[in-house]
Ligand binder design. Structure first.
Ligand SMILES: C[S@@+](CC[C@H](N)C(=O)[O-])C[C@H]1O[C@@H](n2cnc3c(N)ncnc32)[C@H](O)[C@@H]1O
Length: 269
């Protein structure tokens, strides 16, 4: 496989999704794409690169991007962001004299659903505080494959063991063969849509945005553009939670880091 062909594939991925893959990740490109060649109607990776060069915005490019996304996720990932929602953010939103009628939350790279559904579980647990408040949770992702799994809301025993307490498992899931399925009332709390952070549709504005463990894949200009798109969809005074290795600092002035609360940012009014 020529260096030029690999460069064409990397360029397609970067242009379409923002995911910047260095040449030392070529093993990932080949190992993920080779099993798909038959399905993509090409005999080898060089032919795939030729097809991408001819049709950079076609269905093949969409399938290539989908195959190269990293959908690693788990329930209540890192714990602390969800504690921040419960203990720091919710009191500011619903604790005042005039609690809002609506609360909107966006999981902006929701992968197979564990993040927005963890938020739904958290909101169900906070039902008493949220009485009279209509909660809307939106999950978006670029990957149609990950979203199909999120819509199904069916998880293996292994996936269930990653971050869910036994109490939450028993309360919110039912056994379905070897898998577990989230109960319908929790599924109904989450809307799922395919959306590219590089070309966001009109969404929101939201009170709370979780955009976690995706900025890490982007170069600096892409991070800036994505954060600007998120800022435009966050209410003034609304909250942004990023992943442990991510920050807004040096990338946007639309958000201010919340002192003493790493990973938490507030949209300036
Ligand atoms: C590592 S997962 C993170 C999932 C979840 N936020 C978490 O922290 O557990 C990264 C997700 O970002 C998505 N993604 C990558 N590039 C994207 C883009 N340009 N627009 C929307 N989603 C994207 C991938 O499909 C993947 O599901």
């Amino acid at each position: 496989m020529s260096a030029a062909a690999l460069a064409t594939i990397r360029d397609t991925i970067r242009r379409r999704s923002g995911i910047a893959m260095a040449a030392d990740k070529d093993y990932l490109v080949t190992s993920r794409l080779e099993p798909l060649l038959g399905q993509l109607g090409v005999p080898h990776l060089a032919a795939l690169a030729d097809k991408l060069a001819l049709q950079p915005d076609g269905q093949t490019a969409t399938a290539v991007v989908d195959a190269l996304t990293t959908n690693e996720t788990l329930w209540f990932r890192d714990g602390r962001p969800f504690d921040l929602v419960r203990d720091t953010i919710l009191p500011t939103i619903v604790g005042g004299a005039s609690a809002p009628r609506d609360l909107s939350i966006w999981s902006a790279a929701c992968s197979t659903g564990q993040e927005p559904y963890s938020l739904a579980i958290l909101m169900a647990e906070q039902r008493a505080r949220l009485a009279g408040c209509r909660v809307r949770i939106v999950g978006t992702d670029i990957s149609a494959t990950a979203l199909a799994r999120a819509r199904e809301a069916r998880y293996s025993q292994f996936e269930m063991q990653r971050g869910l307490t036994i109490q939450r498992l028993i309360q919110h899931f039912t056994k379905d063969g070897l898998d577990w399925r989230l109960k319908p009332e929790l599924r109904a709390m989450v809307e799922l849509h395919q959306a590219n952070l590089l070309a966001l549709p009109p969404l929101g504005p939201f009170d709370i945005v979780m955009c976690r463990n995706v900025l890490i894949y982007f170069d600096v200009p892409t991070k800036r553009a994505v954060l600007s798109g998120i800022a435009a969809r966050t209410k003034p005074g609304g909250w942004l939670l990023l992943g442990a290795a991510e920050t807004t600092i040096g990338l946007t002035t639309a958000f201010q880091a919340e002192p003493g609360q790493s990973g938490l940012y507030r949209r300036l009014s």
